[in-house]
Design a protein around this ligand. Structure first.
Ligand code: F6P
Length: 539
């Protein structure tokens, strides 16, 4: 992080720190309008933050000092900004809806392949939805089981839930990710082999959890239907970058939907990884989702920093992480359809910016990626909001809501949205001791019923939850995370931190199943392995 520019942020914060959000509003009747932005169907009200013009100016200065606009251009034009893996980062090419667009990686335009895979996905999704593609015994596909984990699971799960109002209800979607056999077993109890399509989603096609689940699903299908290879051909497709492994597994490359090493797992929803979603909502709606992404992409690439929604969100996050010491932030969608959105964002944010080394390989001198968490409102209000309101931690929060509902029953939606607006009001303005007394609270309860307020929130509002607004929302957070990575000077697109656990798990597995293992771990791990073996009679 540029220290000179950061010093200016610290100075601006020091000068304004004692002014509360309440005082900021009292001093400026136009505050809400001043700190509201619109882009790609979304309105962001960020007025309920601990910011004034000087803090924002210093924050924009920080973005400029990091050459953010040049870095954005590098990403969009296919530069190999994922240097530790020597890869371009081009999830934006996946949703570039300009039919004339060209994007080059190593001198090759990737757009013809992007369009070809999308067309292949569309044709296959249509065939499954219409019944043209049938199972081995001639029955229609009624169940789609996506087998994948991490980025090959969380995006499709989140979006399939979010866009359920657009789904073909006669086709049920399932997602199996955990290597715990319970996940697969409980799913297989709910489907019929002759009517099930398995989608094996794995960028590498070597991920232990996914391959174990895929092999067990294949064994189950062959046992249920017979026919071996010919049954597998009708009931299994693969989404991957690794054709050799797909073929080794026994899936015909004709039934493979490709993507490329420049698509990071956690950014892969708009790639072939979205096939289960496309089967659910249809290619047209999938296309609309891509348009939403694209709109936000164009906004991010072209809007000046001061009007740039992902940039503003990113800078506010940095303000709280680095100037106020906030360790986490909450994402609180007031929409049941977005119930998996926080989990999806967790991977996107924490796997991207959970880094402690700068691009020069030196330890960072400041905190980076925050802990991201959340649950849909209003449920969260009845569990963890107490801590946000009156606890000792500062937890900035994004509130996400929609003016219209897909389920207009009675006054549910007005109540839902009233809660959203009221929470941000309460968090910002709190309740003084005087107000408590005026409400007749007994003096001994006043300290407990007083709310300090001054809790920062952003409110993100769209008219309704559609494929387009969902795509734009995902792109908004992707670009927020990118911006933070640029400013923190870290690599956001690798994930070496997950490798060690994978390697050690393989070693431990050998020791769990070996006839006579020579346990060479630490004493704790050795004892745990020995205990496990003893219980299973393998001692
Ligand atoms: O957990 C690490 C990770 O590599 C993620 O980045 C990725 O989304 C996930 O595993 C799944 O990987 P794959 O799609 O190759 O199976």
């Amino acid at each position: 992080m540029n220290q000179e520019a950061w010093k200016k942020v610290e100075d601006a914060v020091a000068a304004s720190k004692t002014t509360t959000i309440k005082q900021l509003f009292a001093a400026d009747p136009d505050r809400a309008a001043k700190y509201t932005l619109s882009a790609a169907g979304w309105t962001l009200d960020y007025s309920k933050n601990r910011i004034d013009a000087n803090v924002m100016k210093a924050l924009f200065g920080l973005a400029k000092a990091a050459n953010l606009q040049e870095e954005i251009e590098k990403m969009f034009t296919g530069a190999k900004i994922n240097r530790t893996e020597n890869r371009a980062v081009l999830h934006t090419a996946l949703r570039n809806c300009d039919p004339a667009a060209q994007v080059f990686v190593d001198g090759k335009d990737v757009m013809p392949d992007v369009r070809a895979v999308l067309a292949k996905m569309g044709a296959f999704a249509d065939a499954v939805r219409s019944g043209a593609h049938r199972g081995f015994t001639g029955k229609r596909i009624k169940y789609v089981v996506n087998i994948g984990i991490g980025g090959s699971d969380l995006g499709p799960v989140m979006a399939t839930l979010a866009l359920a109002p657009y789904s073909k209800r006669s086709i049920k979607s399932f997602f199996v990710s955990n290597v715990d056999a319970t996940h697969l077993a409980e799913t297989l109890r709910q489907v019929k082999a002759a009517e099930t399509l398995f989608i094996v989603a794995s960028k590498t096609f070597t991920t232990q959890e996914t391959m174990t689940n895929a092999e067990s699903a294949r064994d189950w299908l062959v046992k249920e239907l017979g026919g071996s290879g010919s049954a597998v051909a009708k009931h299994f497709v693969a989404l991957s970058t690794n054709e050799a492994e797909v073929v080794k597994f026994g899936i015909d490359p004709a039934n493979m939907f490709a993507f490329w090493d420049w698509v990071g797992g956690r950014y892969s929803l708009p790639s072939a990884i979205g096939l289960s979603l496309m089967i659910s909502i249809g290619p047209k709606n999938f296309g609309k989702m891509l348009k939403g992404y694209w709109k936000m992409d164009k906004h991010f690439r072209t809007a000046r920093l001061e009007k740039n929604m992902p940039v503003v969100l990113a800078l506010l996050g940095i303000l709280y992480s680095n100037a106020y010491g906030a360790e986490s932030y909450a994402v609180l969608p007031y929409d049941q359809y977005l119930s998996r959105f926080p989990a999806y964002l967790q991977q996107m944010d924490m796997e991207s910016n959970g880094k402690a080394v700068t691009k020069d390989g030196k330890p960072v001198a400041y905190s980076t990626g925050p802990i991201e968490w959340g649950e849909p409102g209003t449920n969260g209000q009845h569990s963890f909001y107490q801590l946000i309101h009156q606890g000792t931690h500062l937890i900035p929060a994004d509130f996400i809501g929609f003016c219209k509902t897909h389920n207009p029953i009675g006054d549910h939606h007005d109540k839902l949205m009233a809660n959203l607006f009221a929470q941000t009001e309460a968090l910002a303005f709190g309740k003084t001791a005087e107000q408590c007394r005026a409400d007749g609270d007994p003096e001994e309860l006043v300290p407990f019923k007083t709310f300090e307020g001054n809790r920062p929130t952003n409110t993100l509002l769209a008219d309704d939850l559609t494929p387009e607004t969902l795509g734009a929302l995902v792109a908004l957070y992707e670009h927020k995370i990118f911006t933070q990575g640029v400013i923190w000077n870290i690599y956001s697109f690798d994930q070496w931190g997950v490798q060690l656990g994978k390697v050690l798990a393989k070693n431990v597995l050998k020791d769990l199943v070996a006839e006579k293992p020579e346990l060479k771990h630490d004493s704790s791990t050795n004892a745990l392995i020995a205990h496990y073996r003893k219980v299973l009679g393998r001692a």
